[in-house]
Design a protein around this ligand. Structure first.
Ligand SMILES: Nc1nc2c(ncn2[C@@H]2O[C@H](COP(=O)(O)OP(=O)(O)OP(=O)(O)O)[C@@H](O)[C@H]2O)c(=O)[nH]1
Ligand SMILES: Nc1ncnc2c1ncn2[C@@H]1O[C@H](COP(=O)(O)OP(=O)(O)OP(=O)(O)O)[C@@H](O)[C@H]1O
Length: 719
């Protein structure tokens, strides 16, 4: 089992740290490592020994050499193990405050398995996060008593009274295990047939979800749960599970990163437009425009993703890049978040699909969705998606790496290193915002080995600590403390503060040896430097994506999306009293133009309109094409000019004869402006003699469409 761990220690920064508006924004957002879990039921492997016994260049060389034969062929899947627990790659993080440090239960893996929403731990001066997710079980199992009561309703009332931006403290889920079921609620189902009494499995599923996360006690979430039950009743997943279970798991993943009830409700309903007769208007009437728009956004993303998958579009780097941008720019970033949760759960249950589909989904996930999670800063989802793809696409290499590392990710070592450093910093009177640690994921190690042609023993950051302090002087003082605690690895000290990288990245890096055997990378920086490393020009996602040249449009759009996600997820659990005014934690400016004081700003006040990416389907082939802002359909048609080989099979010389359809509707006005994510089909006129054949095909499609929506039909994936 692959485990990526993040361990964080929070400290109260000195007063005045969050004094300017933009600092307040960053601080209050608490971009720090947060609670959640991915794969609950997975037993934790005991940590045995260090890395030294595995530092075998030979075995890694054989791994690296076998990479050239990464055909990812379907045959390789005969060796895949399809038991469920194997599919759950776990990524987790710990967080705890110094004040509670003595309480070792916060560190126990069996107690909580939190997620880092953003890589970057910028702590808040306010209440240190103490969030423990209840998401322990992906298979629906849960622990705890099942009592009936009304405290959840009370909580719901309080939440509503204090406003939507104050949301669920995951920790509070532990305070009440009372399930709230449909008969206790004040709302009524629109068509009058409540799902509850006749569907005991739904009641049970809801009860378990409520134990895993308290947001499932929110009235709107319960209502959405029963609407989803109604919509998907009779539908089964390829795995044999009721479809509803997938909706619940998707919503739980969202809840686990602190998403608010609007997003969780939309997560529950995310497949209803595609897989049932539930309409936009119905969702609008019952849940409001916010939810309806999100569900529609997810539906559109699903359709585009399906098109891209079927056309293998994302395997071309340029097109993949355009798809990332298009996905983020065409929909609310929260819709992308829901799509990511949907995909993550689908990847966790990939075993149920045929090997060919497993390959297709894994490929698309690695090309499109893992980079999107990276761009949005949802580190743990990215890690899990990548590790699952790694396992399905390169099973042999994954096996080798798993075997090599299964006993080597030394979480205890990271925890005790944090404790040790904490103590020493205290002694020296050096205060800090965050002290956290992580071990590198399997896939990240694998990529680094390939990219830099390294053996395992040449990778020094498998275990790492990060310390965020108040000022530059403290960075150097803390470095001295680190070197006094552990022996330094020669040649590994990098002073990017005195000599920033070309992209402005600043930090001190050193590698030390823990117990004389295990290398430990320590990064030390100030909060401003950290903001730059997470949101600015030196942002980690750009660093990881490599040399790609992005337009300022893309950069700003991604940064905007990160703010939106941060705003909607990270602030949710904050105590309102710690936030001076809700405006202060809103993204500081509107995409695409940033205000001057926006820390995410790369090109302040950029007013240029970005390009538009459009899906063009010609001769049943899909491409993602870039057009300048304000381009029209007529501009698009002029690209598909006479003589284009694409038209030769029809022998149609004139573009006027194409029958463009925009988003599935015929268009006559060619002067309309193209929008991000538009789908344009260019269909040549159908020769008269072919008409009967087309009619038959349309009839077949129609029949298939009906069969798909019929209750009781087996439904595979909603994406
Ligand atoms: N956000 C961000 N992080 C960076 C950047 N450059 C380096 N880092 C972080 O710093 C770590 C180590 O960077 P360096 O000390 O330059 O290491 P290196 O010379 O590439 O050698 P390795 O540690 O072997 O990769 C990386 O693993 C990142 O976590 C950057 O431009 N942006
Ligand atoms: N020493 C460290 N301590 C804590 N977190 C770290 C440390 N180094 C990297 N991270 C964070 O861990 C997450 C995963 O990063 P990952 O290990 O894949 O890449 P990286 O170490 O940053 O880069 P590279 O693979 O090029 O060395 C990122 O959020 C990154 O910011």
């Amino acid at each position: 089992m692959v485990v990526a761990t993040t361990i964080a220690l929070y400290a109260s920064p000195p007063s005045g740290v969050c004094s300017t508006p933009h600092q307040i924004t960053a601080c209050d957002l608490d971009l720090s490592f947060r609670s959640s879990s991915a794969s609950p039921s997975t037993p934790q492997k005991p940590i045995v020994g260090g890395l030294s016994s595995l530092f075998s260049g030979a075995s890694v060389k054989s791994l690296a050499s076998s990479c050239s034969s990464f055909s990812a062929g379907v045959e390789e899947f005969s060796s895949l193990r399809h038991d469920r627990s194997e599919d759950l790659s776990l990524s987790s993080s710990f967080c705890y405050s110094p004040a509670k440090f003595a309480n070792s239960s916060y560190l126990r893996r069996d107690h909580q398995s939190p997620i880092s929403v953003l890589h970057g731990p910028v702590s808040c001066s306010c209440s240190p996060p103490m969030r423990a997710s209840r998401d322990r079980s992906l298979d629906g199992s849960f622990h705890g008593s099942f009592r009936v009561g009304a405290s959840g309703l009370f909580n719901g009332f309080v939440r509503k009274a204090i406003g939507s931006c104050v949301d669920y403290d995951l920790g509070s889920s532990s305070s009440s295990s009372d399930p709230i079921l449909v008969d206790e609620l004040t709302f009524s189902m629109e068509d009058g047939f409540g799902a509850d009494t006749r569907q005991p499995y739904a009641r049970d599923l809801l009860g378990r979800a409520q134990l895993r996360h308290s947001i499932f006690k929110d009235e709107s979430v319960i209502k959405a749960f029963y609407e989803a039950e109604k919509a998907h009743r009779g539908q089964m997943r390829a795995s044999g599970d009721p479809y509803l279970q997938h909706c619940v798991e998707t919503a739980l993943l969202l809840a686990s990163i602190g998403a608010n009830s609007t997003v969780v409700v939309a997560g529950l309903l995310h497949d209803t437009m595609d897989d049932s007769f539930m309409s936009y208007d119905y969702i609008l009437r019952n849940f409001g425009a916010g939810v309806a728009d999100l569900v529609e956004g997810v539906s559109k993303l699903s359709q585009l993703s399906k098109l891209a998958r079927e056309n293998n579009t994302a395997c071309k780097t340029v097109e993949a890049d355009r798809l990332h941008t298009m996905f983020l720019a065409m929909a609310d970033a929260r819709a992308v978040l829901i799509k990511l949760a949907d995909r993550l759960h689908n990847m966790m249950t990939l075993y149920a699909l045929s090997p060919v589909k497993q390959q297709r989904f894994a490929k698309e996930t690695l090309e499109i969705f893992a980079p999107l999670a990276n761009r949005l800063g949802i580190s743990t989802w990215k890690v899990q998606l990548e590790n699952l793809c790694f396992k399905h696409l390169y099973p042999q290499q994954h096996n080798e790496m798993s075997t090599m590392f299964e006993d080597s990710f030394d979480e205890a070592m990271i925890t005790s290193a944090i404790e040790k450093l904490e103590e020493a910093l205290k002694k020296e009177g050096i205060s800090y915002h965050v002290l956290c640690g992580r071990h590198k994921s399997l896939y990240s190690i694998y990529c680094k080995m390939l990219k830099k042609k390294l053996t395992v023993d040449e990778i020094h950051d498998i275990h790492g600590l990060r310390l965020i302090v108040n000022n530059e002087g403290d960075c150097y003082k803390a470095l001295g403390v680190v070197h006094s605690l552990w022996s330094q690895v020669p040649g590994k000290l990098k002073d990017y503060i005195t000599h920033p990288k070309f992209n402005g990245y600043q930090s001190l890096h050193t590698v030390v040896m823990d117990n004389g055997t295990v290398p430990l990378e320590v990064q030390i920086r100030t909060q401003e430097m950290h903001l730059q490393a997470e949101f600015g020009f030196a942002a980690h996602w750009r660093y990881k994506e490599g040399d790609c040249k992005y337009s300022s449009f893309v950069l700003q759009m991604v940064e905007w999306a990160r703010w939106v996600v941060t705003w909607h997820c990270e602030t949710m659990s904050k105590d309102r009293s710690s936030i001076r005014s809700s405006d202060s934690i809103k993204p500081p400016c509107k995409f695409p133009s940033h205000s001057e004081d926006c820390p995410a700003s790369y090109k302040p006040n950029s007013s240029q309109d970005g390009p538009v990416y459009v899906i063009v389907i010609e001769n049943e082939k899909m491409s993602v094409q870039e057009f300048p802002a304000n381009s029209t359909l007529s501009d698009l048609l002029s690209r598909a000019g006479p003589g284009s080989s694409r038209w030769s099979m029809y022998g149609i010389p004139a573009k006027e004869e194409l029958r463009p359809r925009l988003n599935q509707r015929p268009v006559s006005d060619l002067k309309g402006k193209l929008k991000m994510g538009d789908v344009v089909e260019l269909t040549p006129p159908i020769p008269d003699e072919s008409l009967p054949e087309y009619r038959e095909e349309i009839q077949r499609m129609y029949d298939r469409g009906l069969a798909f929506s019929r209750p009781g039909t087996m439904v595979g994936w909603g994406s």
